[in-house]
Structure formats: C-alpha cells, structure tokens
Design a protein around this ligand. Structure first.
Ligand SMILES: *Cc1c(COP(=O)(O)O)cnc(C)c1O
Length: 412
C-alpha cells in the first residue's frame, strides 16, 4: 500500500481515502503480477478480461516497440495509417460478414456511445426521430459514460445515483439458461407496444459481465434478433467482455451465428496492452448514419492498433480453442462441486470464465488479503468470486486459483 496513492488517487468505484487496500505492482510477466515486498500472485482476472496472452509478451512488446520507432500517435482527422487499416481489415474479416465498417474509439464505454449514436442518427436521417429510445435486458453492463450508463441495469446499484439525469429506456426481463422462457415474451410485448420510439436493442451476448456475471441461453439471441427485425429495431451486440475467445468461441455471437447491425469490441482487443475499442456496422447503417458526430483525440492510436494487430494474430495462430477447453474442464472439475456448499448460491462456468456466487456479500479487505496469501489475484465484488484467467495459464497455475477460491469459501 502506498500512502500518497491512498490519500490522493481515485481507484475504480472507490473512495478517497480508499477503504480497501490497493497493492503496488512492480512488474508483470506471463500470468504473474509481481507485487512489492517480493510477493508474486497468479492473475486470475486478466486485468479485467483483457490480458489474454499474459503480461510482457515478447511478440506484443516487439509490435509496440517497432511502432514506437515510427510514430506513437497522429490525429485521425484527415490522416490515416497502416496499423489502423490493417486492424480494420482484420476485424471485418473475423466478425460476421454483414459488418464492413469500423469506428475506432479509445475505450469500451465510448465504443458503446458511438454505437448508440449510430442507431439514433440512422433513424433520424430516415425521418424517424421518434425512435430515440433503447431496449435492453436487465442485469447488463455497458460502461460508465452517460449513454452507456443509461442502458446498464437500473437497479444493481452501480449507477442508480444518476437515475434522475439519465434518459429512461426500456428494460426487459433477462433470459436464463432455459431454452424458452418468458424473457422473450417480455421483449415481444415491449416491442409491440413501443417500437415506434425504439432505435435499437443493446445487449451482451451469452455472458452478462460486470452487471452480475450471468450466463444465458444463446438461442435467445436468434429470437431477439428476429423480433427486433420484425419491429424495425436495430440490434447492437456488446462483445467488449466476451470477444476474442473468452467464452470458447472467437465471439459469443458465434454460438448461434447471429448477425448484429452494430457490434462493440474492446478489452482483449489489444491483449490488454493499450486502451482501444471499435464499433462495427453494416453498409446499410453506415449509409443511413451519414456523418457520424464523434471523433476522440486519440482515435485509432497507432501504438494501440499495432499491438491489437499483433494480439489477434497471436491469438488466431495459437491453439486457443484447446487452451480454453482445457481451462473450462479444470474449472468444471474443481468448482462444480461447490454448488452443494451451504455458502454457495450458484456456480457458473463457460469457456475461460468461472463464477462462484455466494449467499452473502464478502468483506473485500479480508477476501483480497486471503487471496493474496494464497498466491492469487482476484477482484471479487458483492457476492461474486470469479476468475477469467489469461488463456496461457497452465493447469498448476489454474489450480492455485481454484484452490484459493475454495480457501475463501472455507474461511468466510
Ligand atoms: C468493460 C465493458 C464496457 C466498458 O469498457 P471500458 O473500456 O471500461 O469503458 C462496456 N461493455 C462491456 C460489456 C464491458 O465489459
């Protein structure tokens, strides 16, 4: 813990002074974070879904250093560069066929803002300015900026402080793992009643991340997309957390081969090296949108694009499917039995994501220290103790994580 940090610096969703200790990281290598006092912990968080290849990777380091020797940044207004062009080509190639246009931003929240703007401008230019609301499923998370906040779960406590200034959108029941449930009916009746005022539906495919780490049946996506099409409502998928292999498919939308009108990518896009995000859309929407009124200063930063290119190449040339299947198998064999534990409400596993939901909220300070004592870095919140490790993690390192999770449950 650093006393200056504690007295002067805000951390995510925290107070000054921070109530929960922050730990100084000196360096990071592979799956390990090297903390001060020579402590070494296995990172089970991949720095919030992003460091899929681990830290200090020679190939990624090389890509960014080579680019640094050419230029670290140039404005994207009126100028362009090879790293951005190459990245846009790759993203168009690896995402659904209908997605052919790319808007680069500097963070996931801003990629969501751009997606919402695209939808609003599209209908505005078609003379349908009344279509200015969004529909989303409860339990979602799409970022911390105002547009993104307005489509996050309205009740889970993250942003409800701002509810009086946020525009009101439509929230429908979240789907479950059941193949057919009333979530679809809720969506259908909302669309039937309000589609003349709805520009788009936005949701995270298959896994709802920061809004509660829930999984749902991918079939919902196919049916929700069909309903949206039927009611002239655009379909936005936010794959900022799920993209680039995390769920076992390259993109979670591949579980059902659904084609969104707009797709948001971020987090693992650069392998966790730099902040970069992208919003993709179709020929039709881009034509309809016209001049998109957005242009961040650091749009398509060349260092970020170059490391994104290297990260995607590294991912696609690796045995990522096998690695994730191996991780999933270990998570299943080590965590599934916890379902029977009296302090455990649920266990959810998909790809390289393992979630243990407890029956009661945890004391962050106690749990965090216990995890570090067990050689592991996880960042639990509320009742959720979860891991989404780097794809390069080996079995022994992963067992350290599952053991630490069990140790927490036993000690609480
Ligand atoms: C993290 C996240 C965002 C926001 O991305 P930032 O880069 O933190 O702004 C948006 N949507 C989803 C699904 C996310 O997981």
């Amino acid at each position: 813990m650093n006393t200056f940090d504690q007295a002067h610096i805000w951390h995510p969703y925290a107070k000054i002074p921070n109530e929960v200790s922050t730990h100084v990281v000196k360096s990071a290598e592979g799956v390990y974070l090297n903390l001060e006092n020579d402590k070494r912990v296995v990172d089970g968080m991949s720095s919030w879904w992003s460091a899929i290849h681990g830290y200090n990777h020679p190939t990624l380091n090389q890509a960014i250093t080579t680019q640094l020797g050419k230029m670290s940044h140039v404005m994207f207004g009126g100028l362009t560069h090879d790293p951005a062009i190459a990245l846009a080509k790759t993203l168009i190639e690896i995402t659904p066929e209908n997605l052919t246009k790319v808007f680069f931003t500097d963070s996931g929240s801003v990629a969501v803002e751009a997606a919402l703007k695209m939808a609003l401008q599209y209908w505005h230019n078609k003379g349908q300015s009344d279509k200015h609301k969004f529909v989303t499923i409860r339990g979602g998370y799409h970022g911390d900026t105002f547009g993104a906040m307005s489509v996050c779960d309205p009740d889970n406590g993250m942003h409800h402080l701002f509810s009086s200034v946020l525009p009101k959108h439509y929230f429908v029941k979240s789907p479950s793992m059941e193949p057919m449930d009333d979530a679809l009916q809720d969506l259908e009746s909302t669309l039937k009643q309000h589609s003349s005022s709805i520009a788009a539906m936005i949701l995270e495919p298959v896994v709802q991340g920061a809004g509660g780490m829930r999984l749902y049946n991918p079939q919902y996506l196919t049916k929700a997309k069909a309903l949206c099409e039927q009611h002239d409502v655009l379909f936005i998928l936010d794959e900022i957390a799920t993209g680039f292999g995390r769920t076992g498919e390259l993109f979670a939308l591949e579980y059902v081969e659904v084609e969104p009108d707009i797709l948001c990518l971020g987090k693992a896009l650069t392998g966790g090296y730099m902040s970069l995000a992208a919003t993709l859309t179709t020929d039709k929407i881009s034509q309809g949108v016209g001049t998109l009124m957005h242009g961040p200063t650091f749009m398509a930063n060349p260092l970020a694009c170059s490391v994104a290119n290297a990260s995607i190449e590294l991912l696609l040339s690796s045995n990522w499917q096998d690695n994730i299947a191996d991780i999933e198998a270990v998570l299943h064999s080590e965590l599934s039995t916890l379902r029977q534990h009296e302090k455990v409400a649920d266990v959810r596993i998909l790809g390289a994501i393992g979630v243990v939901e407890l029956t009661e909220e945890m004391d962050m300070e106690i749990v965090q220290n216990l995890l570090i004592e067990n050689g592991v870095w996880l960042r639990p919140y509320g009742k959720l103790l979860y891991t989404m490790p780097p794809f390069i993690i080996n079995k022994q390192e992963l067992l350290l994580i599952t053991k630490a999770i069990k140790a927490v449950i036993e000690t609480l």
